[in-house]
Design a protein around this ligand. Structure first.
Ligand code: CO
Length: 193
């Protein structure tokens, strides 16, 4: 492929930022069965996310802490995303290497992270609340299990999934912040700490 090679290093310097028009590009479905080059890339993305929350590795390899990364953030417009959520002790609460994830249903009830969102592709601070569905159901091919899965997510994981899937459409979290009133409190919504 012209746009990346398998030995590519994913770090804070090589991750595409929002000053690069590529970050707005729409991602395409990945052909299944998964090709080796796609699997390799997805596993490297997963490794980035895993290593990024280990301070010694993150410092040495120039990684910014993250819970998720999508392929377009390394310049590859394919629907692939890697997510790892850990507890305060660094134990994995969930881990996904998703291919062609798609939201198949979502709650009307909204939620947002009380401290707002961040993104590996966004350097500047963008303060404000990002409202999303409190619950989503996502179907995907999971490259870790090598099978089709359905994730029923609520709260933090649901927010992370929606953030990552927005990348497939070229949408960044701050596009969803209320410009006039960034801390607008949506009635009947859930604040997640
Ligand atoms: Co992001």
């Amino acid at each position: 492929m012209w746009y990346y090679n398998i030995a590519m290093l994913i770090n804070n310097d090589t991750i595409i930022k929002d000053d690069n028009p590529l970050i707005r590009r729409k991602s395409e479905d990945v052909v299944l069965p998964l090709k080796d080059e796609d699997r390799d890339l997805l596993m490297q993305m997963l490794k980035y996310v895993d290593d990024s929350t280990v301070p010694e590795i993150a410092e040495k390899e120039n990684l910014r802490p993250a819970v998720g990364i999508s392929a377009i953030q390394i310049g590859v417009p394919k629907k692939m995303t890697a997510i790892i959520i850990k507890d305060d002790e660094g134990n994995k609460l969930c881990e996904y290497a998703l291919v062609n994830p798609k939201i198949i249903s979502n709650s009307v009830e909204k939620a947002c992270l009380s401290s707002g969102e961040g993104c590996l592709s966004v350097v500047e601070e963008h303060e404000g609340l990002v409202y999303r569905s409190l619950r989503v159901k996502v179907k995907a091919y999971d490259a870790l299990k090598d099978e089709n899965i359905i994730i029923k997510a609520e709260g933090y994981l649901a927010i992370v999934l929606q953030h990552e899937l927005d990348h497939f459409k070229g949408i960044l979290f701050y596009d969803r912040i209320n410009k006039e009133n960034p801390y607008f409190q949506l009635p009947d919504s859930t604040l997640i700490d």
